[in-house]
Design a protein around this ligand. Structure first.
Ligand code: SF4
Length: 446
């Protein structure tokens, strides 16, 4: 950690502000945030713990001035973070100055602050700072949700989320990775990546290039998963749509970098209903893709959700959905009956399915899946699994293996688990199961 001579201050930062008035306002916002976090801002470049350069890329002279400033700061100080217009071409900058610690684009105070925190962590004064670095969490301390974006660019006809939360806004990758790192430091052992559409991560910010720990990274799903996978914890992916680049995630699962678990909300399988639903990914190749994924990563578990009784769904179209389930052999499935949501386009579709038929179809679907799930769990008997313990009651421990996500999937119950604590990873052998849960004996605990 950088030395700090200022009592109570996390360190001294020198900011060099170049360029137009918009850049100046960005610098002011950065300085305001730094001051509010207690950083000292009056040090000369040579004396600072960190130098921030807000660059300009408007004309040739401005670019040269920015490049000269970076070069000078690197030779005078060595610890340099670059932001502003030149930051949009981070590759060019890094090619010229590989020692730069982090690069962010313009108008992104959050990304600058994430980079500053990574290089020069803020001080935590117990009298004034009541927030732990990982923030306040409502989940148990051993797992946490990691939200990578807000909103959604799709317009599924049954959903009003885009009208409530707006279009997709992805968080810059450095911000997400910093938060993940803080959670890991705070003792989190499992991160559950969530969003409305995890596969679309970064599309709104054009997969912006950034620097994380002196390495070039892009705000896209593959880079995010790769870096999370290096943090030595369980990483579980939710709300993944089967876009082509998801294929690149499967080898990471096979290598053990991220949990071989995908939550893909298919919602239906019949092409006409999917079109009426305006779903983002078409299902034509889904079965083939699942087959290929399982060839690469045989342990892969897939969870999904479906809607029964969507307006206009015929008996045959519902049969198509059941046939898909039989063929896909998904591991975990949830099913909702279709219901009108105020403001959703699907409400206007003709031929609504009577409520009793929706309920009947939901029941048939769940019974069909229950048989599939039970058989899949039968195949787990006698296997050894690593389990993360969520709950201990007397000498009974309740936890999950890589195949079960908290709250939505089944659990593994372990009897005679004396000495086991919540948040422990334990080794078990599966002995029996019912439709959703498994029962195991303890082999070893920490
Ligand atoms: S259901 Fe469709 S529109 Fe709604 S959040 Fe999911 S992908 Fe976006």
């Amino acid at each position: 950690m950088t030395s700090n001579s200022n009592q109570g201050s996390p360190g001294k930062i020198a900011l060099i502000s170049l360029g137009c008035s918009k850049a100046l306002v960005d610098s002011e916002r950065i300085l305001t945030q730094l001051r509010s976090e207690g950083y000292a801002l009056d040090a000369p470049v040579a004396d600072a713990n960190l130098v921030l350069i807000n660059t300009c890329g408007f004309i040739k002279e401005a670019i040269e001035e920015s490049l000269d400033s970076i070069e000078d700061a690197l030779s005078e100080n060595g610890k340099v973070i670059v932001t502003g217009c030149l930051g949009t071409d981070s590759k060019r900058l890094l090619d010229k100055f590989p020692e730069i610690m982090a690069i962010t684009g313009p108008h992104d105070v959050n990304a600058v602050m994430s980079a500053v925190h990574a290089a020069l962590p803020p001080a935590h004064d117990p009298h004034f700072d009541l927030l732990p670095p990982q923030g306040i969490k409502l989940t148990p301390s051993h797992y946490a949700y990691l939200k990578i974006s807000e909103g959604c660019n799709h317009r599924c006809s049954f959903c009003i989320i885009p009208s409530i939360r707006g279009d997709l806004i992805s968080r810059p990758i450095t911000q997400v990775l910093s938060e993940a790192e803080n959670l890991v430091k705070a003792g989190v052992k499992e991160l559950l990546v969530i969003s409305q559409d995890t596969s679309a991560y970064g599309v709104d910010i054009k997969y912006r290039p950034d620097i994380w720990k002196s390495k070039a990274v892009k705000s896209n799903m593959v880079d995010l998963v790769k870096h999370l996978g290096e943090m030595g914890i369980w990483v579980r992916l939710h709300y993944v749509y089967p876009y082509p680049h998801v294929d690149k995630i499967i080898p990471l699962m096979a290598e053990g970098k991220v949990l071989p678990y995908l939550d893909i909300p298919f919602q239906h399988a019949n092409p006409r209903i999917l079109k009426l639903m305006k779903r983002p990914a078409n299902s034509e190749n889904v079965l083939q893709r699942i087959k290929q994924w399982r060839e690469i990563c045989p342990e892969l578990k897939i969870r999904s959700t479906f809607i029964a009784g969507f307006p206009g769904e015929t008996d045959q179209e519902f049969e198509d959905l059941l046939a898909f389930l039989e063929e896909a052999q998904l591991d975990r499935v949830g099913c909702f009956t279709y219901s009108d949501v105020a403001g959703a386009k699907a409400n206007e579709l003709p031929n609504p399915v009577p409520m009793e038929v929706r309920l009947e179809r939901q029941q048939i679907l769940m019974e069909t899946q229950a048989e599939i799930s039970a058989l899949k769990l039968d195949n787990m008997i006698d296997t050894k699994q690593t389990v993360l313990v969520d709950e201990v009651q007397g000498d009974q421990a309740i936890g999950r293996s890589y195949g079960e996500s908290p709250e939505v999937d089944g659990v593994i119950v372990v009897e005679n688990a004396t000495g086991v604590n919540v948040g422990d990873f334990i080794e078990v052998e599966i002995e029996s199961n019912d439709e959703h849960d498994m029962y195991a004996k303890l082999i070893s605990c920490p």
